[in-house]
Design a binder for this molecule. Structure first.
Ligand SMILES: Nc1nc2c(ncn2[C@@H]2O[C@H](COP(=O)(O)OP(=O)(O)OP(=O)(O)O)[C@@H](O)[C@H]2O)c(=O)[nH]1
Length: 259
């Protein structure tokens, strides 16, 4: 396949702008690497070395993962970053960074995964920050949870009508129906997801973070392709005191108080 993992994921400390955070602090050692699936090969050295040898311009993309509670946002993020499905995930606000090679070109993905919050005021303010920061969106619902699908439908509209995207022809959004393995409990049909995506000019994937690594890779690949097509102007930096968790924190149940 097209993607090569080229380094271990890093969790960035956001007390400076994202673009300058390319010199992000590495944190305690990440969990051990999963066995590399046959379609993916680790590239030797860092993405930058590949950049030099291939004379290709390295791309960086900010991706926000959104959706209601327990739809599998963290599961999808961790699947992409580590190849693993670990079952339970910490309720932590995190931005992870990882280098990939995509069609011969180095790509750094910064992925913002946050737990769903019922605190509307906090959620509102976070939403604005996310939209300002993001180059692309992964909007996740569970195929067993109709309310989560309705929420994604509303999110698409909210994102598209936000002032950051007004006048933008195409907003890179992928609608993701997760938990495909639980088809016996399905309450949202594939056609509904597909129709939503079609009518709003989004991409659509049905996946199982639990059972299928390659479909998870495919959805992020699709999104990066969209981002490349509609490459936006430079995003404004965030001004957080710090969203800081190491990759190892994914494996513990802790809530960050750093926002
Ligand atoms: N069967 C199945 N379970 C899944 C899948 N993806 C996630 N889960 C489970 O769903 C639960 C919630 O997953 P999370 O990844 O924590 O969901 P989240 O959207 O990040 O949840 P919040 O952080 O609460 O917003 C966990 O018990 C996961 O093991 C999947 O594809 N199939």
């Amino acid at each position: 396949m097209w993607w090569l993992l080229s380094s271990t994921p890093t969790c960035l400390r956001y007390n400076c702008s994202l673009r300058t955070a390319a010199v992000a602090q590495p944190h305690p050692p990440p969990p051990p690497h999963p066995p590399t699936p046959s379609t993916l090969q680790p590239s030797p050295g860092s993405g930058m070395e590949r950049l030099n040898s291939n004379a290709l311009v390295k791309m960086e993309a900010n991706i926000v993962v959104m959706g209601t509670e327990s739809v599998g946002k963290s599961a999808l993020t961790v699947r992409l970053l580590t190849g693993k499905f670990i079952g339970e995930y910490g309720d932590i606000e995190s931005i992870y960074s990882r280098d990939f090679t995509l069609d011969g070109r180095g790509v750094t993905l910064n992925i913002w995964d946050s737990p769903y919050s019922e605190d509307l005021a906090a959620e509102m303010s976070l939403f604005c920050k996310k939209v300002r920061w993001a180059d692309g969106y992964v909007l996740v619902y569970s195929i067993c949870d109709r309310a989560s699908f309705n929420a994604v439908s509303r999110l698409v509209q909210r994102i598209k009508s936000s002032k950051d995207h007004l006048g933008t022809d195409k907003v890179p959004i992928v609608v993701v129906g997760n938990k495909k393995d639980l088809h016996h409990r399905r309450t949202v049909q594939s056609e509904e997801g597909r129709l939503l995506a079609l009518s709003t000019d989004c991409l659509f994937y049905e996946v199982s973070a639990a059972e299928n690594y390659h479909s998870v890779i495919a959805l992020f690949h699709g999104l990066v392709d969209r981002i490349k097509d509609v490459r936006p102007v430079m995003k404004r930096p965030l001004r957080f005191k710090g969203i800081v968790k190491s990759m190892s924190a994914v494996f513990t149940r802790r809530r960050t108080d750093s926002l």
